[in-house]
Design a protein around this ligand. Sequence first.
Ligand SMILES: NC(=O)c1ccc[n+]([C@@H]2O[C@H](COP(=O)([O-])OP(=O)(O)OC[C@H]3O[C@@H](n4cnc5c(N)ncnc54)[C@H](OP(=O)(O)O)[C@@H]3O)[C@@H](O)[C@H]2O)c1
Length: 341
Amino acid sequence: MGYRVAVVGATGNVGREMMNILAEREFPIDEIAAVASSRSVGSEVEFGETGKMLKVKNIEHFDFTGWDIALFSAGSGASKEYAPKAAAAGCVVIDNSSLYRMDPDVPLIVPEVNPDAIDGYKKRNIIANPNCSTAQLVVALKPLHDAATIKRVVVSTYQSVSGAGKAGMDELFEQTRAIFVNDEKTSNVFTKQIAFNVIPHIDVFLEDGSTKEEWKMVVETKKILDPKIKLSATCVRVPVFVGHSEAINIEFENELTADQAKEILREAPGCMLVDKHEDGGYVTPVECVGDGATYISRVRDDPTVEHGITLWCVSDNLRKGAALNAVQIAELLGRKHLQKA
Ligand SMILES: NC(=O)c1ccc[n+]([C@@H]2O[C@H](COP(=O)([O-])OP(=O)(O)OC[C@H]3O[C@@H](n4cnc5c(N)ncnc54)[C@H](OP(=O)(O)O)[C@@H]3O)[C@@H](O)[C@H]2O)c1
């Protein structure tokens, strides 16, 4: 016996990956629904590569009663309107938007890091999925924190355009094409030209001069991993289609050498260490696409502090940063709380 699962935002970047991952991991499903906005009525999406085509349902008329789990990736507006309705109908919502992440009554889960926090989901029947950059960061930090207690992290991100949805990918493609054929180029999704450029601005500016994306990395890391960790982030959009990269500098309370860190990361859940000191002996975004791991390379001692290391980390933002993490949460929920006979 399996679950009745609704994927909300099924026509989007993350929703399509959710369909792929549910099928790939053979999540026990009795019935699956593809749900999106009224714009998608009449279209179809494939359930993974199974050949099974699903007619997209309009969320405005979708009744969540009798559905076990809803994986939401339709933006904060849709989550605000429909997630509480789904939750009230008895369907557990796993939400990809930022809306509920810092709600004290909503657990924010990365299964390799804080699986036990999922027990708090019953207060609202909603579980939040973190920001894509936070997810891969905490997977890399968790085993190192357990070993030597992290005091402070400085992280710079190199985030792909798929983090801004299908429209972000289209804008990079169109601008690149326009530059090559000498057409006029326009920027609608990003604040400046993204093709052949980098933009140190993701989400809105806050009063202190940081951006909301940077703030999310700070507060989400504290909620998931440890409120005592100090973190400074600079989030940058780069002209890469899929895969976020991060340069991470970590300062510890206790001694931890780069060699010890590598030994730990080699065995850590969700991590894949690729770190050869030779040309190409590290992972770049194009190599992580379609994969679930958080790849770690370039681990080295930081001689400027008493106990510190620097490393490079890459992951598929549509997978570990969104869809895979959400499906892993659904698996955890199934194992701990929603067991089917
Ligand atoms: N991309 C990432 O790396 C990433 C990582 C973590 C979290 N997220 C979050 O995941 C969500 C979706 O991201 P995405 O990259 O998949 O965006 P996307 O490619 O733009 O897709 C958006 C999806 O949401 C649907 N949608 C939009 N408004 C809706 C509404 N009012 N009611 C029902 N469905 C609606 C769209 O349906 P139509 O096709 O019918 O318009 C589409 O299926 C966002 O909240 C984003 O913040 C994304």
